[in-house]
Design a protein. Structure first.
Length: 380
């Protein structure tokens, strides 16, 4: 069996043609494709607005900025996520506060959030780990009571639903962000988006994406000196996506229902194969949501935990591209140096010690799925 990666993009001739068409046109950046892509993202998730960015990380940075996160503020998130979730707040001088996770889902545990809230808390950032939605309504209730905003890190969860609505509809949050990195549900190479129903936040994020400069006359603070006149209102960045990336995004998004269905079918096969497994636990979908299955984690039972490295190496040797998601952020050397302690989130630590992600991606073939399930069982 050839090497099977844990995740992989799915690019067709149609996608390639869409990119080439833009490359042959007059506008390869800041043209019409960005707006079209944004409208389609918003329509797909059911939000009023979407802003495209050069990465999911840029979308996080802009989200936090638009909600006013700054020096001295705190925001609460889980340590079981990609470093970008907390790094984006550090960029603004704010301090991430890590809240422990539920040991079965890896999602932030709402029961622990309230004790982490202080006068400085501005935002709560739930991650829908592996694509399985967090308890949004419960988190929303806590946030409302304490006058705190919510940004959903939906990088794993494009296409997932919570109580019938798509992640990104922002029914229980201010902003949701997505990533279009090649291992995510759809790709633009690098890329990301933020969705919201709040026009002010939408405008702030657009401003942030383009150096903090605006052409909108009714927001000018000084005299409009002519048709060339722009004003810079904030210290923004160049976080724009190119038009040919947006064209790829549009083409990819047109196929997302098939992508999600395929991921769910693979997950169902794994679920059946690993039901009542003696060696590890699997994450079952919550009653209130549908997972987009960005990842398929297996969680070693206690007696196998000390064998994780051996099992991992054995699976790699058999050409099964396993990965671990994630090394908790509070044990990264950079974070330890600025005062964080891994032991403060024992469930995240435990989760990390048990977790191995096995391959799941839409182009995965029947014989690959079978090979993975059989090989895993035989190795144990
Ligand atoms: C991929 C990812 C990001 C960042 O996305 P990029 O597009 O790579 O910048 C943020 N958060 C999570 C949970 C992710 O998985």
């Amino acid at each position: 069996m050839k090497y099977i990666p844990y995740g992989k993009q799915n690019i067709t001739e149609e996608d390639i043609d869409a990119v080439v068409d833009v490359l042959k046109s007059d506008y390869i950046t800041q043209g019409a494709k960005i707006e079209e892509f944004e409208q389609q993202i918003a329509r797909y998730v059911g939000s009023q607005y979407a802003v495209a960015f050069s990465s999911g990380t840029a979308a996080l940075h802009a989200s936090y900025f638009s909600l006013g996160l700054s020096q001295g503020d705190e925001f609460i998130t889980s340590p079981l996520t990609f470093v970008a979730t907390s790094n984006a707040g550090l960029y603004l001088g704010a301090r991430p506060i890590f809240c422990d996770v539920e040991n079965i889902t890896g999602n932030i545990n709402p029961d622990y959030i309230e004790q982490k809230i202080t006068k400085k808390t501005k935002i709560i950032v739930p991650i829908h780990y592996a694509g399985n939605p967090a308890h949004l309504e419960q988190i929303y209730e806590i946030a409302q009571r304490n006058n705190i905003s919510i940004v959903e890190d939906g990088a794993h969860a494009l296409g997932a639903t919570y109580k019938g609505n798509k992640i990104g509809s922002c029914e229980f949050s201010d902003i949701s962000i997505f990533s279009f990195h090649p291992v995510k549900h759809i790709t633009t190479g690098e890329g990301g988006a933020a969705t919201t129903n709040n026009k002010k936040l939408y405008n702030r994020m657009r401003l942030f994406r383009s150096h903090g400069k605006t052409k909108e006359k009714d927001t000018f603070q000084k005299k409009n000196e002519g048709p060339w006149y722009f004003e810079m209102h904030a210290l923004g960045y160049n976080y724009r996506m190119t038009d040919f990336q947006a064209a790829l995004g549009i083409s990819q998004l047109s196929k997302i229902d098939g992508f999600i269905q395929k991921r769910r079918e693979i997950a169902q096969k794994y679920n059946d194969a690993f039901k009542d497994c003696k060696y590890f636990d699997i994450i079952t979908e919550s009653k209130f949501g549908k997972s987009a299955y960005h990842l398929y984690p297996i969680l070693l039972k206690k007696i196998y935990m000390h064998k994780k490295k051996e099992l991992f190496n054995e699976l790699q040797k058999k050409n099964i591209g396993v990965q671990v998601h994630y090394l908790p952020i509070n044990r990264e050397p950079y974070y330890e140096d600025i005062g964080y302690d891994y032991e403060e989130t024992p469930q995240a630590k435990h989760f990390y010690e048990r977790e191995i992600s096995i391959p799941i991606f839409p182009a995965m073939e029947e014989n690959q799925i079978e090979y993975v399930t059989k090989t895993i069982k035989s190795i144990f």
